[in-house]
Design a protein around this ligand. Structure first.
Ligand SMILES: [Ca+2]
Ligand SMILES: [Ca+2]
Length: 230
């Protein structure tokens, strides 16, 4: 089993100030013995219920490539236990073996593409999965952009048409992306308004604003964002 608890006891003595060493204003102390106690766990009895709440862009009930997680969504058990999904949409419960109902609450602005209540049987030492798909009621659009290198070739700063890879871009909704080897980034997001922000990498300075506001008006819209670095 895993180590559950370690207790360390130190027994020592303290003497009077050592007048032979003027710089020593305190007490000299000497540890003369120590004791370590290791207590082992009981055998593993826990089971685990895990899963993800995801944007089901194509409404097929499965989390496909590019269908990112939904953060901050409430998932609860019939025992009353509840969790909020992480930034990547994950949740996990450690439970005693048994049968449970796992219930997801749709976030505001989303409909379900899978049932909101799922019955699972959790067995000792195993993980049982329950995933939940939701779809933005207004649909999804794309924020597509690039980070371009600017340079002064003698006539003032101009774009070089070279993309800058590895630049971090984030949305006010919390999603993050990093530019690819062409300096391109993209976000597939619910139809809403967003602030898109670039994190200036070390050794560079921004040409133009660090943040841009964009609004997606309808399902399938694409908003373009360009950032410059020098
Ligand atoms: Ca899907
Ligand atoms: Ca749902």
């Amino acid at each position: 089993g895993r180590i559950n608890r370690i207790r360390i006891t130190a027994i020592g003595t303290a003497r009077a100030p050592d007048v032979r060493h003027e710089q020593n204003q305190g007490f000299r102390e000497t540890i003369i013995s120590s004791e370590v106690t290791v207590t082992r766990n009981r055998p593993v009895r826990a089971a685990y219920i895990r899963g993800v709440v995801f944007n089901d862009y194509n409404s097929d009930g499965d989390q496909d490539s590019g269908e990112h997680g939904l953060a901050g969504v409430t998932v609860r058990l019939n025992t009353g236990a509840r969790k909020l999904t992480t930034a990547s949409g994950q949740y996990a419960f450690r439970v005693d073996p048994g049968t449970y109902t796992v219930t997801e609450t749709d976030p505001s602005g989303y409909n379900s593409t899978t049932p909101n209540a799922v019955v699972v049987t959790a067995t000792k030492g195993a993980v049982v999965m329950a995933n939940f798909g939701d779809r933005a009621i207004g649909g999804y659009g794309t924020i597509l952009g690039g980070v371009e290198l600017w340079a002064d070739e003698g006539g003032g700063l101009e774009p070089t048409h070279d993309g800058v890879p590895g630049v971090e871009i984030y949305l006010n909704s919390g999603q993050r992306d990093t530019t690819n080897n062409l300096g391109v980034f993209s976000f597939l997001v619910p139809v809403l308004s967003y602030t898109v922000t670039m994190v200036v990498p070390p050794g560079f300075a921004a040409v133009g604003p660090l943040s841009v506001d964009k609004t997606l008006g309808a399902e399938g819209d694409t908003a373009l964002v360009l950032f410059g670095l020098v």
